[in-house]
Ligand binder design. Structure first.
Ligand code: SAH
Ligand code: SF4
Length: 382
């Protein structure tokens, strides 16, 4: 008979699993063995772990499970982008997106059901916030995508993505992970770091730090913690060139204004696996996309080694914003490039299945009652 509340082993990083195994009277190498079965082999059945002692397998069956989130919808875009809607219980669902490119495969992972930070142009933010995802629900997205894509790859006979010199071929189709799905990863710090450690660990996914990116809207104290506890590549959602504008577009700026954010970026770079921060900048027509904004940005980031990634705004119903025209984006990029800043414009991928940046809405039972408040505010304006 198994216990009524079994422990989900996907919730542990390697150290956590070793400690939990010690509680069962089991040696560290046993924990690492099970870790490899779970994450390298994608195994969720203790009985299939053939080199684990039968008695231990029986013990694990009694008290533990390996339980990833359950996919409830699988959409494939015309450009090959694939989006899964994952049930995370109590009528909440989050989204995970796989973006295939010629030389890499990127998985975009969610960290929260909804988001409390309410950026003006983001459909996740507009949905309100329900809860943090557990470590199992975060790493479970990679677990599941590997499994589902692995099967797809075997069918299609595709090759593993290109590797940089010195990198091992881990035989996986997912070469990069970006924490850019639903939620603010640094507002769910502990669970996100547990999942990041698994992404990096050789007993699990073995990705290099440079291939794992956390994107944050600028939770300054948590940026310092990430630097100290698990430095990976950093992307910062800048979106504005001055505090007045950013206070409006990214409200957390009211708490951690640009001067503090820039200083936090420079502190981060002291330990980061890459020698630049990527600034994400959503291009909103007539809002933040003028030549003057571009010049203001150049001055703002003068002392902070960085690259820019311009994101054409992805519309969603009632957003109140429009995408900047392509020619405007080109001129804006031109000013940054002219000033010596490496600048790319993100290709919009998967928008036919609502999988593009900022379109991830999942299904969120809002506990902040934001949608109710928004509705009331609209009613009051009538
Ligand atoms: N919460 C984190 C990570 C998730 S969002 C963050 O804000 O950084 C990933 C990126 O998509 C962020 O840069 C975010 O600002 C951007 N984004 C949000 N809504 C968007 C939209 N409608 N169109 C384009 N990009 C958007
Ligand atoms: Fe949250 Fe990021 Fe969306 Fe802002 S852009 S509301 S921080 S998910």
């Amino acid at each position: 008979m198994s216990t009524p509340n079994p422990v989900n082993l996907l919730d542990f990083d390697v150290d956590g699993l070793v400690a939990w195994f010690a509680g069962l009277g089991e040696k560290p190498f046993r924990a690492r063995q099970v870790m490899r079965w779970m994450h390298r082999e994608g195994c969720d059945d203790f009985d299939a772990m053939t080199d684990v002692a039968k008695s231990l397998r029986a013990k694990l069956r009694d008290v533990a499970v390996i339980r990833p989130p359950v996919p409830v919808r699988d959409s494939i875009s015309a450009d090959g982008t694939r989006k899964w809607l994952l049930d995370v219980g109590n009528a909440n669902a989050v989204e995970t997106v796989f973006i295939p490119e010629t030389s890499r495969g990127t998985l975009c992972v969610s960290s929260q059901a909804g988001c409390a930070l309410d950026c003006a142009f983001c459909s996740t933010g507009k949905q309100g916030f329900n809860r943090n995802l557990s470590a199992a629900e975060i790493i479970g997205q990679l677990w599941l995508a590997n499994k589902l894509l692995g099967a797809a790859r075997a069918d299609a006979g595709e090759l593993a993505p290109d590797l940089e010199a010195g990198e091992k071929d881990n035989g996986r189709i997912i070469s990069n992970v970006v924490m850019m799905g639903m939620g603010e990863p640094l507002a769910n710090f502990d669970n996100v770091v547990t999942a990041l450690r698994l992404m990096l660990d050789d007993h699990a996914y073995g990705l290099s730090r440079r291939r794992v990116t956390v994107s944050t809207s600028g939770v300054v104290p948590a940026m310092d913690r990430l630097r100290d506890e698990c430095p990976v590549a950093l992307a910062v959602s800048l979106h504005a060139s001055n505090d007045t504008l950013r206070d409006r577009l990214v409200p957390i700026n009211q708490k951690y204004p640009l001067r503090e954010l820039m200083a936090a970026c420079r502190r981060y770079l002291e330990r980061a696996p890459r020698d630049f921060v990527t600034f994400e900048y959503v291009m909103l027509d007539g809002v933040n996309d003028s030549d003057a904004h571009a010049r203001e940005l150049v001055a703002l980031v003068r002392d902070t080694p960085c690259k820019f990634n311009l994101i054409p705004f992805n519309p969603f119903p009632d957003s109140g914003f429009q995408r900047s025209p392509a020619e405007r984006i080109r001129r804006f990029a031109g000013i940054l490039i002219e000033a010596g800043i490496v600048t790319t414009t993100r290709k919009t991928r998967g928008d036919d299945v609502d999988a593009a940046c900022g379109q991830l809405a999942g299904q969120v039972q809002d506990r902040t009652r934001r949608t109710v408040r928004l509705h009331q505010a609209r009613e009051n304006m009538r």
